[in-house]
Design a binder for this molecule. Structure first.
Ligand code: C2E
Ligand code: MG
Ligand code: MG
Length: 758
């Protein structure tokens, strides 16, 4: 493989020698270049490297050995073959030539065929070595490229958040793992490469082998699967594994991509916790409670067991929240929940259904008795005082109980019935338990019907006001009226307040109805004021919830303004309990109302627990002795004493006293005798609709006989009994206002008559 255009550099200081060699080589097709000295040769080689150098040994300046050494020591020229020309046919010269690194030598005078042979061989050698060099540099480049590629791949593998682990099926050992895998499992790469999948998991090798074979056969389920992995420190954690089989070099490799899902699992369980457990107490919430009950009922059905559902509501919990704050309320609920959990067995369920409502699911064989035992246990458990932030408090609970299958097999109905029974326990005076009965359901349904009808009653304007006069005890004149709510329920006639006011109060509907009452009473005042009747003071009953949930002040302001009436004509009747419920807010509202001139009186006084002195904190001007004392005032010494004390104390505190429910002349006489300021009751008049009251206000003579008959008779008898005489005269409307003074008494004389200085 002689290169025909091979370039040969001839280096000789003698011109004839150079010419001779050129003459010998050129005809053979070689290209020749010449140099007359070592330095010239080096320069020529540097500019265009030849394929072969024929180098004379003996040259002035740099000799052949030196030139050869320089060329052979330089990597860029080392592979150019050199044939040394030596005239010295002796061993030493040849050895020196070989020593300087040349490939071959020729002795002068040069034999032509030997020259050709040597030149041809050298060039062949050269081209072979060139080829080898080229090949190795190609290979080297390829290796470099592959190394870089592998490096890139490794870096990419190490950069992923997922662990990548390649397993050789035949050995069941890892053959490649990335940095994440090392971190995830807590081993070095070297350690992992000596291990197999079973060592980093909680499962045996055989299972992996089976799984890998299934993956290779394409039988394994597609998509990631969740497994437990084992860390080098022995801890176990959840992972998600995606797996693929790869056929490479006649071998099966399993590529496992493993993702740590510890955080995801935590988040999932947190979500589950939030969705199913109450965050305050950690108890199952309503959703989970229902689920559990459904399951309990199903398993009880199989075993022939009973399931007892208890609905527990704390008594007066709202007071704790209102007076001590929500923080204390929350702490109390947590402590209560702890105590409830202590009362049941491990397999029973305690749930929190919301607010202060808890519920239990108890599986048992001997149902009513077992339920009674647990209910008693709960009472005992709650009996010990709770201590929260140095506040010591006691709590009682009302409990409703239903039993599967006796009461129902529907979980929702069981809870509803337990709720109904709890409600009955509350109504019966709290701190007790009640088993659900069918009658309760009938009551509950009736109540629901009533509630629905009441909601409609507001929209359909089915409420009306009746008015009952209050009279001055001394003069017998009408002092004002009390507005009393009636419900003209379609198909039922007139419904009295005790049938529906409690429902309005419990449902909160009282807030809307209450503001309607204020508006309607003020409208009535306004209308009368603009007729010859003139100004009439009306008192309106106000429920506690109106303070808390409504805008009492706003209602009053709006009603006074809309009808353009003086505030002094409106009186609000409050009960002691509604005053106590929200002291601060109530006091502020009342103060701002009284500053406008609105009168405040305490209704049903004597039934609450408040002392008169305590009530003085509120801007009150009047007390109403409860009907319960009045009705026994002449027959029961205790009640009479209470009434008397109230009157005396009220007067000491400069409060007016009114007695309600006065039905007999005896009662009237007694109250007058003890200086009660005002009287209200059937004895004078029942509550009447507007028309009736107007007649009463205008002229007693025109009162219809049905209303007049009874009170007048009683009145007459009473007057005789009390005073031994019955001096009948006109009872006059006494409003204590300038307008009333100017009115002629004959216009508005009333029957039955009461005299001023009786
Ligand atoms: P209250 O405010 O103590 O009203 C007095 C109740 O005693 C009235 O019953 C009245 O009809 C009745 N009464 C008056 N004189 C006699 C009597 O001589 N003998 C007897 N046995 N009873 C007499 P009513 O109208 O059935 O009202 C009952 C309760 O309903 C009221 O008691 C009051 O607490 C409530 N109520 C009535 N109207 C309203 C209202 O508009 N708003 C609110 N929040 N409650 C109201
Ligand atoms: Mg009242
Ligand atoms: Mg009352």
């Amino acid at each position: 493989m002689i290169h025909s255009a091979a370039t040969i550099l001839i280096v000789d200081d003698e011109f004839q020698n150079r010419k001779l060699l050129e003459a010998l080589l050129q005809p053979e097709g070689y290209r020749t270049v010449t140099a007359a000295s070592g330095a010239e040769a080096l320069a020529a080689i540097a500019s265009t490297p030849p394929d072969l150098v024929i180098l004379d040994v003996m040259m002035p300046g740099m000799n052949g050995y030196e030139v050869a050494k320089l060329l052979k020591n330089d990597v860029s020229t080392a592979n150019i073959p050199i044939i040394m020309l030596t005239a010295l046919d002796e061993r030493g010269a040849r050895l020196a030539a070989l020593d300087s690194g040349v490939e071959d030598f020729l002795t002068k005078p040069v034999d032509r065929s030997e020259l050709w042979l040597r030149v041809r061989n050298m060039l062949r050698l050269k081209s072979l070595s060139d080829f080898l060099r080229d090949q190795s540099s190609i290979l080297e480049r390829k290796v470099q490229e592959r190394t870089a590629e592998l490096q890139r791949f490794r870096t990419a593998m190490d950069c992923t958040a997922d662990a990548i682990m390649l397993v050789r099926r035949s050995t069941m050992l890892f053959i490649e793992v990335n940095g994440t895998a090392c971190e995830l499992f807590g081993y070095t790469r070297e350690q992992l490469l000596k291990m197999g999948p079973a060592q980093i998991s909680a499962r045996p090798l055989l299972e992996f082998e089976t799984l890998y074979d299934a993956t290779i056969d394409g039988r394994a389920p597609k998509g990631p699967i969740e497994k437990l992995a084992r860390h080098g420190d022995g801890s176990v954690f959840p992972v998600e594994v995606s797996r693929q089989a790869l056929h490479s070099n006649g071998e099966w490799i399993l590529v496992n991509v493993i993702r740590n899902i510890t955080d995801r699992k935590k988040a999932e369980s947190r979500l589950k916790q939030l969705a199913h457990y109450d965050s305050l107490t950690g108890l199952p919430n309503r959703t989970l409670f229902f689920d559990t009950l459904r399951k309990s009922v199903a398993s009880a059905a199989e075993r022939g067991w009973h399931v007892v559902v208890m609905f527990i509501d704390l008594d007066n919990f709202k007071n704790v929240n209102d007076t001590l704050g929500h923080g204390v309320g929350d702490a109390l609920l947590t402590q209560v929940s702890d105590r409830l959990v202590q009362c049941v067995r491990l397999r029973d369920t305690v749930g929190r259904l919301g607010g202060d409502e808890f519920a239990l699911i108890l599986g048992m064989q001997d149902a009513p008795r077992g339920a009674e035992i647990v209910a008693a246990k709960i009472r005992v458990a709650l009996r010990a005082p709770f201590v929260i932030n140095e506040n010591e408090m006691t709590v009682t609970a009302s409990i409703g109980i239903t039993i599967y299958p006796e009461d129902s097999s529907d979980p929702e109905a069981l809870i509803r019935f337990a709720d109904t029974a709890m409600y009955k326990a509350k109504q019966a005076g709290r701190n007790m338990y009640r088993f659900f009965t069918a009658q309760m359901n009938i009551d509950a349904v009736a109540r629901l019907v009533l509630e629905t009808a009441l909601r409609k009653a507001i929209e359909n304007e089915e409420f009306v006001l009746y008015y009952q006069p209050k009279v001055h005890a001394s003069t017998g004149r009408i002092a004002g009226l009390e507005a009393l709510l009636r419900w003209d329920r379609p198909g039922h006639g007139l419904v009295s307040p005790d049938k529906f006011i409690p429902v309005l109060e419990e449902t909160g509907l009282i807030v809307r109805v209450g503001s309607w009452v204020i508006a309607a009473a003020c409208k009535q005042i306004g209308e009368w004021m603009r007729t010859s009747i003139g100004p009439v003071q009306i008192s309106v009953n106000v429920a506690g919830r109106q303070f808390v949930e409504g805008d009492l002040e706003g209602d009053v302001d709006a009603a006074l303004a809309a009808n353009d009436i003086p505030a002094s004509l409106l009186e609000l009747e409050l009960t002691e309990s509604s005053l106590m419920a929200n002291t601060e807010r109530t006091t502020n509202t009342l103060k701002s109302l009284t500053s406008r001139g609105v009168q405040i009186s305490i209704d049903d006084f004597g039934t609450g627990y408040s002392s008169l002195a305590y009530l003085r904190r509120f801007p009150i001007s009047k007390l109403k002795i409860d009907i319960a004392f009045v009705c026994n005032i002449t027959t029961n010494a205790d009640d009479a004493a209470i009434a008397l004390t109230i009157i005396r104390m009220a007067h000491t505190l400069k409060l007016e006293v009114i007695a309600e429910g006065v039905e007999t002349a005896e009662q009237l006489a007694y109250l007058r005798h003890h200086r009660c300021d005002q009287i209200q009751g059937f004895y004078f008049s029942r509550p009447l609709p507007v028309a009736g009251i107007e007649t009463l206000l205008y002229d007693g003579k025109s009162l219809p006989p049905s209303r007049q008959a009874e009170p007048r008779m009683t009145m007459d008898d009473g007057l005789k009994t009390a005073e031994g005489s019955a001096e009948l005269g006109n009872a006059c409307l006494d409003l204590g206002t300038e307008q009333s003074e100017s009115r002629s008494t004959s216009d508005i004389s009333l029957r039955p008559p009461l005299q001023r200085d009786f």
